[in-house]
Design a protein around this ligand. Structure first.
Ligand code: HEC
Ligand code: HEC
Ligand code: HEC
Ligand code: HEC
Ligand code: HEC
Length: 448
């Protein structure tokens, strides 16, 4: 048995040397490990109980099992990979970030989540704490180097554990560590996820504020049940799925150009949006799915409410940033086996509202939510870290408006997944629920 295994191993090694030279670093790791080389999170739980509970609440522990991930992978990505040679690699590749153990064990596609295999461990403790660096120039597409074993790499030197060895590693403390999974290049060579690159270009990297400082904040606490208290990095990994993280991420203020307006006059309201809280653009990450939009209404003294569309600015590609009722996402027809698929509603938010987004285009130039099928990106109208955008809403007062005070309300909302796509693919509602980022008000006085 041993010899067979050894021969198999040597053959595999030779094959990987001769055939995989030109594969990117991440892809070369496919099938080079076994599940058994990694410990289960429940093992870590017995001593690191607090971290375990934090992690189970974070998306990290659900990267493979979460309903929308399951639907997108099994209904769209896998069938697409089987029909289109160009994207064949994603059948394995999605797992490099979402189910690293399955990827490294070569178990692709992994069993469905309901089968409760080890793929379900998603981005587990032992995935992250056995990463020792990355290959190449830029961290992206799971190009981390995994070195499983008794040694667990962490931020502090000289710690002793009854269960494993520990070693301090600078890499785990750097944003590049996160970038190995939070930057993604499509098979067409397009950056379809660039959170770490956005951070690097932005103000926070220059000030030494890392991903960890906002997503793994330190608190005076314990590392493990039997450890001394210290400054400890909390394993929150809270992002767009946490209403509290999203709340106030963008600050809103608005004011009218004039406080007093005549009955048949025109009002111009300006809204400032300041990305005060995020170290990258808003939205970032799964930009193809997310929709962030600004909705402005006016209510007169009789209680009648009017919706005010945003003023167009006239930049290239602006049509993708103003809500309309056009159809999009036709490329889903291929994996779903729908001939001449007409597409579905692109935005599903009130017409004329401003959308902060960057559209992704398939090889036929149609907007797509299948980020792996992206050949081109459109206008980048997201809000950069510490950037302020100004939107103007010019409104000709309707004839039947009441004299007196008009209250304006601006609301900045987010959906993690465009509603039409969620409905069409039957993704459970929490993915397309409306999440409030912020709101603000102002007023004018209408006189006769
Ligand atoms: C039997 C108890 C026990 C188990 C099981 C255990 N650990 Fe630990 N671990 C400890 C103790 C104790 C320390 C040292 C804590 C201290 O002194 O602050 C430690 C330290 C660490 C460190 C170093 C932290 C740093 O600041 O550098 C890492 C990383 C780590 N453990 C990861 C894991 C992972 C991953 C697992 C599961 C695969 C695991 N541990 C399982 C007890 C355990
Ligand atoms: C200054 C604080 C700060 C820093 C630094 C920061 N983030 Fe964030 N991050 C936030 C806030 C606030 C949000 C919530 C707003 C949002 O979802 O866009 C967020 C959201 C996210 C999301 C969810 C985005 C979405 O829309 O789905 C991911 C993923 C993320 N961050 C990863 C990272 C990574 C990786 C880094 C480092 C390269 C990083 N963050 C650096 C504050 C920060
Ligand atoms: C996505 C990757 C990731 C996952 C998953 C993860 N960790 Fe960590 N862990 C880190 C990083 C990064 C740090 C260092 C944070 C820092 O220094 O700012 C860390 C720090 C630690 C520390 C030391 C904390 C300190 O500040 O002294 C321990 C112990 C630890 N992790 C254990 C675990 C356990 C147990 C699990 C699973 C329940 C787990 N980690 C899951 C990335 C991860
Ligand atoms: C091994 C790959 C991997 C590494 C390394 C990694 N992440 Fe993630 N992370 C993921 C995946 C995959 C998801 C998406 C889970 C989902 O929604 O399916 C995720 C989700 C998140 C989220 C939640 C986003 C949301 O929409 O709610 C945050 C925040 C986050 N990661 C931050 C970090 C930070 C900070 C680091 C570095 C300390 C890091 N990640 C390292 C793979 C990774
Ligand atoms: C380079 C690593 C990487 C690769 C490769 C990757 N993803 Fe992701 N994926 C992530 C990260 C990180 C997030 C979280 C980003 C965020 O929250 O904005 C994410 C988010 C998602 C989400 C949204 C989850 C949610 O709850 O909103 C889905 C669905 C998804 N990925 C499916 C896939 C599929 C299918 C593939 C393969 C075609 C794939 N991913 C390839 C890293 C990756």
């Amino acid at each position: 048995m041993r010899t067979v295994a050894l021969v198999a191993f040597i053959t595999m090694l030779l094959c990987s040397i001769s055939f995989s030279e030109d594969l990117p670093a991440g892809d070369r790791a496919l099938g080079t490990r076994e599940y058994d080389q990694y410990e289960r999170p429940t093992v870590c739980r017995s001593c690191h109980a607090d971290f375990y509970q934090q992690w189970t609440q974070a998306m990290m522990s659900q990267a493979y099992t979460h309903h929308w991930d399951e639907i997108e992978y099994f209904e769209l990505a896998v069938p697409h990979a089987e029909k289109d040679e160009m994207v064949a690699g994603v059948k394995a590749g999605c797992n490099g970030c979402h189910a690293p153990l399955a990827f490294m064990a070569g178990d692709v596609p992994p069993p469905r989540p309901e089968e409760n295999s080890r793929a379900n461990e998603s981005v587990s403790c032992d995935v992250c704490h056995t990463i020792i660096g990355f290959e190449g120039e830029t961290p992206h597409n799971y190009n981390y180097i995994s070195s499983p074993g008794r040694m667990k790499y962490g931020p502090k030197p000289g710690l002793e554990s009854p269960h494993h060895e520990t070693e301090q590693l600078d890499f785990i403390k750097q944003s590049e560590f996160c970038g190995t999974c939070h930057n993604e290049m499509s098979p067409y060579g397009v950056w379809v996820k660039s959170t770490q690159l956005e951070w690097k270009d932005g103000p926070y990297s220059k000030e030494g504020v890392r991903c960890h400082d906002c997503h793994m904040p330190v608190a005076w606490a314990k590392n493990a049940k039997m450890a001394e208290e210290n400054w400890i990095a909390q394993h929150l990994f809270h992002g767009a799925h946490d209403p509290g993280k999203l709340a106030g991420a963008v600050e809103l203020r608005m004011h009218p150009e004039e406080r007093e307006v005549e009955l048949d006059g025109i009002v111009a309201i300006k809204v400032q949006l300041y990305n005060a809280k995020a170290g990258h653009k808003i939205p970032t990450g799964s930009v193809e799915d997310r929709i962030v939009w600004l909705h402005v209404t006016a209510t007169d003294s009789d209680g009648n409410t009017y919706h005010i569309p945003v003023d167009k600015k006239g930049f290239d590609g602006e049509e993708y940033t103003v809500a309309s009722d056009v159809l999009a996402y036709q490329d889903m027809g291929l994996p779903l086996d729908i001939n001449n698929f007409r597409g579905i509603q692109r935005d599903g938010v009130p017409l004329g509202d401003r959308i902060f987004r960057m559209p992704y285009f398939d090889p036929q130039g149609r907007m797509t939510i299948m980020q792996w099928n992206t050949k081109e990106l459109g206008v980048d109208y997201r809000i950069g870290p510490r950037e302020t955008k100004i939107e103007t809403f010019t409104w000709e007062l309707p004839e039947d408006i009441a004299v007196g005070k008009i209250m304006f309300e601006a609301t900045l909302n987010c959906r993690k997944l465009v509603k039409s796509v969620a409905d069409f693919l039957e993704v459970p509602e929490d993915e397309s629920e409306i999440m409030l980022i912020n709101k603000t008000t102002t007023w004018i006085e209408v006189y006769d």
